[in-house]
Design a protein around this ligand. Structure first.
Ligand SMILES: NC(=O)c1ccc[n+]([C@@H]2O[C@H](COP(=O)([O-])OP(=O)(O)OC[C@H]3O[C@@H](n4cnc5c(N)ncnc54)[C@H](OP(=O)(O)O)[C@@H]3O)[C@@H](O)[C@H]2O)c1
Length: 277
């Protein structure tokens, strides 16, 4: 069980890449960290690294391509964590590897939209009561500078699919969700911001895309940690950062009508309701 003196953070996709770096940093910084991914062995390794520096951590597994598993993860967190001060929606699939071909989740939702965006939407919505009860609390959505406007006539990319298009529309969806949720969370003590951590960090995702890394997980991790715990962004919400600097996202992110369409679609696909948030 978590130690009550520590603040609790859930970092999705923290068995690898920049998520792993961030989880380990938070653990070393006296946070109680919920490590998440699909691979139990790698999860245990992250927990052991945090324990070795005197930190507290446990691993919860869930495949975020399946909304039933997202629900189970949220229930597990709500049941076992007395509070949740920080949620970092970081798990993601890149544009390379198997992503070259269109894939769908068990419900027929295009896979990158499902894992990179919809899972974070559903997880966040399900954890809002716990976050609000722990306020001041923060949500950080790890998006990307790679963004492409969503075509609401073909969100599932049945026409003209490419791994790059699937990835970039899912990343813009995260930014749009951030802006809308921030508006809805006004006055609750829960802030939500998003960012492009760094370009082509040396991670599995970048290796799978066949790209030579340009930056390190330390660089991207520092940008994520700034939004997660820096006093400089305390009480600030609905923002998009490029690395450490506040920035502007794709124009569609600032189109209220497009955001409303995405919100309605997300509720429909997840079966969730937004009453009371
Ligand atoms: N790398 C970059 O240069 C870059 C640039 C901009 C934005 N980003 C964003 O940064 C985030 C982290 O990227 P990264 O480069 O660190 O990636 P990574 O090294 O490939 O790690 C991805 C993480 O997400 C988890 N994950 C993937 N699919 C999942 C699923 N279906 N269910 C549950 N967990 C899943 C993986 O867990 P498993 O252990 O189970 O595989 C892993 O922990 C992503 O959102 C990415 O879009 C990265």
């Amino acid at each position: 069980m978590p130690q009550s003196s520590r603040k609790v953070a859930l970092v999705t996709g923290s068995t690898d890449g920049v998520g792993r770096f961030v989880a380990e940093q938070l653990g070393a910084d006296n946070w109680d960290v919920i490590v998440h991914g699909r691979d139990a062995e790698r999860g245990a390794a992250v927990v052991a690294t945090i324990a070795a520096v005197g930190g507290a951590a446990r691993f919860f597994s869930a495949d975020l391509s399946d909304l039933a598993e997202v629900r189970r993860l949220a229930e597990q967190v709500a049941k076992t964590a007395p509070r949740l001060d920080l949620l970092i929606n970081n798990a993601g699939l890149g544009s390379g590897g198997a992503g070259a071909k269109r894939q769908v989740n068990p419900a027929g939702v295009e896979l990158r939209f499902a894992v990179n965006y919809l899972a974070g939407f559903a997880l966040t919505m399900r954890l809002l009561p716990l976050l609000k009860g722990s306020a001041p609390a923060r949500i950080v959505n790890v998006a990307s500078v790679g963004q492409q406007a969503i075509d609401f006539d073909d969100v599932m990319l049945e026409r003209g699919y490419s791994g790059g298009r699937a990835y970039t529309q899912s990343k813009l969806a995260q930014v749009m969700f951030t802006i809308d949720l921030a508006e809805r969370m006004k006055g609750s003590g829960v802030t939500v911001n998003c960012l492009h951590p760094a370009t082509y960090m040396a991670t599995t995702m970048v290796r799978q895309a066949g790209v030579k890394p340009w930056s390190t997980v330390e660089e991207g991790g520092a940008a994520i940690l700034q939004l997660a715990q820096s006093p400089s962004v305390e009480s600030r919400s609905g923002l998009y950062f490029n690395g450490l600097a506040e920035s502007r996202a794709d124009p569609q992110a600032y189109d209220a009508e497009a955001r409303a369409k995405l919100w309605a679609l997300s509720l429909k696909l997840t079966g969730l309701k937004d009453e009371g948030i």
